[in-house]
Ligand binder design. Structure first.
Ligand code: NDP
Length: 468
């Protein structure tokens, strides 16, 4: 067989599917996996794609099987394993060869690896890949980071394997160094928030309106034909419809309410603090997962304080739909604003409209609304999405519903932390005269930090005198 056009290390869930996708798009690929039996089983099960796949059993054989200048994708667990694989590969590679880390790296690690590459190591790209197993097999969303020339060298392959929105590939270069992995992290943060808000309206339907899983599933199914059309609403309909193979009832009623996480949402929240970017909806979603993990304490809390005084929450599901639309807009407005802040802080391009475009298909947060967001971010460059005319109109039409839902939930003891955070952000962002004058007064009182005056007068301290 002629030499492969690209290589891949790590035939786990994602790597195996990416390799099949690459082969299917007509690119001969060489693969290697730490456990050789996996490589053999993978090739034996590759079906029609097997002829374009070269299985190898040593790293040397992998490198020899790829046409120079080589490009090798790493699809292994993020963190030290990536550094170990880079260290093992580097002595085997020739100048101009490239390593592409396609795992969920922390973008600071990617920045460090890119800086090491710039000192003379192999070329290095860090790409965020979203869409899970199914996306990796049939078309993920790809967020690229590294030197533009390196991206251009492999873009034809990455674009070919990516998801398409009306023929446009969902694969874009976001900027140098860790830019691609940074955008992937924010994607995951938004994913946490989208999921949390859906879980909150599910909770209002279940506990506030007394609806059963089948009725809730029907609502999600209906919403998926409207403004909320999205992969996450679609799977929420499926999750609430599925039956428990053991007991026969709805499986959702048997699933323990403790949410897991791999940490990408937390990275986003931490980074937002460094950037002074308010992403309160995402932060609330990360915190909610942490609270969910404290099951014993929650049980003790219920025993001590009693369960929430749930009565009939006087809400129609149409109001919940409108509230979710408002929450979603506010969450994405925060996420895009955070990316905008990073572009300024790190000097990266991070093209916001293109980011909305690559998220339209292939990734977990894909939704109909992202197409309108791409348009709004193009038409109103540099503007917070909530102030862009199309989304300002949507918010004018829906923020009342968000307020109704948050208020009803509060009165009925139903926790809606992400929706509440969205509402509080909206109220702060629509208040020209906020309350930070009090903060400034306090800061000047105890620390002589000074303040600016509304009338612009050149007097920056209060008359605190002996009280200070
Ligand atoms: P898996 O656990 O399914 O596979 C991990 C792969 O890495 C296996 O091929 C494994 O080889 C290999 N590996 C593990 N440890 C080592 C090591 N020390 N040295 C060499 N190879 C090693 O992981 P996924 O495919 O799910 O994830 C891979 C990456 O993709 C991660 O960064 C993940 O965060 C990211 N990702 C995952 C998504 C998902 O939905 N699963 C979505 C998007 C990104 P072996 O067979 O020998 O164990």
């Amino acid at each position: 067989m002629s030499q492969a056009e690209i290589g891949l290390i790590g035939l786990g869930t994602m790597g195996a599917m990416l390799a099949l996708n690459i082969a299917e798009k007509g690119f001969p690929i060489a693969v290697w996996n730490r456990t050789t039996a996996t490589t053999r089983a993978f090739h034996a099960g590759a079906g029609d794609q097997a002829p374009r796949i070269t299985p190898t059993e040593t790293l040397e054989a992998l490198v020899a099987a790829i046409r120079p200048p080589r490009a090798i994708i790493l699809m292994v667990p993020a963190g030290p394993v990536v550094d170990e694989e880079i260290a093992r590969l580097t002595p085997l590679l020739a100048p101009g060869d490239m390593i592409i880390d396609a795992g969920n790296a922390n973008f600071h690690d990617t920045d460090r690896r890119a800086a090491e590459a710039a000192k003379g190591g192999p070329r290095f790209l860090g790409i965020g890949v979203s869409g899970g197993e199914e996306g990796a097999r049939h078309g993920p969303s790809i967020m690229g980071g590294g030197e533009r020339a390196d991206w251009d060298r492999v873009a034809h392959i990455l674009e070919a394997i990516s998801a398409k929105h009306e023929g446009t590939p969902c694969a874009t270069w976001m900027g140098p160094g860790g830019a691609g992995h940074f955008v992937k992290a924010v994607h995951n943060g938004i994913e946490y928030a989208d999921m949390q808000m859906i879980a909150e309206v599910y909770g209002v339907m279940r506990d506030g309106l007394g609806m059963d899983a089948a009725a809730i599933s029907a609502v999600f199914e209906r919403w998926n034909t409207g403004a909320l059309q999205s992969y996450l609403i679609e799977i929420s309909a499926a999750v609430t419809a599925a039956r428990d193979p053991i007991g026969g009832g709805p499986i959702i009623d048997m699933i323990l309410d403790k949410a897991g996480q791999k940490g990408t949402g937390r990275w986003t929240a931490i980074e937002a603090q460094h950037l002074a970017a308010p992403i309160t909806v995402i932060e609330a979603a990360v915190a909610a997962r942490n609270v969910s993990a404290r099951l014993d304490e929650r049980r003790a809390g219920q025993a001590l304080f009693g369960a929430a005084p749930v009565a009939g929450a006087a809400l129609g599901v149409e109001v919940l739909e409108q509230a979710l639309i408002a929450g979603k807009i506010l969450c994405y407005a925060q996420g895009f604003a955070m990316i905008g802040a990073a572009a300024g802080a790190f000097g990266w391009p991070l093209p916001l409209p293109d980011i909305a475009r690559v998220w339209r298909e292939g990734c977990i947060i894909r939704s109909a609304m992202l197409n309108d967001m791409a348009t709004a971010l193009t038409d109103s460059p540099g503007r917070n999405l909530m102030l862009a005319p199309a989304f300002a109109d949507k918010l004018k039409a829906t923020h009342g519903a968000l307020r109704q839902v948050v208020a009803a939930a509060a009165l009925n003891g139903l926790a809606t932390p992400a929706l509440s955070a969205g509402l509080a952000y909206f109220d702060m962002m629509r208040t020209a005269r906020g309350t930070a004058n009090m903060i400034q007064g306090q800061r000047d009182f105890f620390g002589a930090h000074g303040f600016d005056r509304l009338d612009g007068a050149d007097s920056h301290h209060g008359p605190w005198g002996s009280h200070a």
